[in-house]
Design a protein around this ligand. Structure first.
Ligand SMILES: [Zn+2]
Length: 191
């Protein structure tokens, strides 16, 4: 037995939140625009396949999942830095063909100065690795919270007339944003 909407007191436009969410996704597939491709003396007309998912604003406002993890920009930065660091590391070795003037102390000091950039780069790589593992750990924790969040989410009812969400036992209409915040809190990934 569903309780009527606390906003309008009616039931006719009330729908289960998961039904609203899944109903708001539509999958499409079709032909893209025709483009002319030069081939030999003439041109060939071809069109590409397009496909995707369209999501309604209401479905998006009821999304129970944590934001997706951003793609590996940090990973790319780490690789680039590590490569740059390796180039700097070659500096002292290249200098050994043409040793700096002075005694042993001055020589050692010269090598140490030349090694400094490589050391700095590796330090930066270490910091990036630490940031990356922290982000992966946070993401894993969010994924673990999804079942708990979904349990709360599945108890929600959406009224299409009022545009709000309510729980059967609470006589209060919530905005979709407030509802999503409660769901995220249950999953431990407050936004
Ligand atoms: Zn209503």
């Amino acid at each position: 037995m569903i309780e009527p909407c606390p906003g309008c007191g009616q039931l006719d436009r009330v729908q289960h939140v998961p039904a609203v969410y899944h109903g708001g996704h539509s999958f499409y597939r079709g032909q893209g625009p025709t483009v002319a491709v030069p081939a030999g003396d003439g041109v060939v007309y071809t069109s590409s396949q397009v496909s995707g998912v369209s999501v309604t604003a209401v479905a998006r406002s009821l999304d129970p999942f944590p934001p997706p993890r951003r793609s590996g920009g940090l990973l790319v930065a780490m690789i680039v830095l590590a490569l740059a660091g390796s180039c700097f590391l070659l500096l002292p070795f290249s200098a050994s063909d043409d040793p700096p003037p002075g005694g042993t102390v001055a020589k050692a000091l010269g090598y140490a100065v030349l090694s400094l950039p490589a050391f700095g780069v590796y330090l930066a790589v270490g910091v990036l690795i630490w940031l990356y593992s922290r982000r992966v750990r946070a993401h894993r924790k969010q994924r673990k919270g999804v079942p708990a969040a979904q349990q709360v989410w599945e108890q929600g009812w959406f009224c299409h007339r009022c545009g709000g969400v309510y729980f059967a036992e609470a006589a209060r209409l919530l905005t979709p944003a407030h509802f999503r915040h409660l769901v995220a809190r249950a999953g431990g990934y407050d936004r």
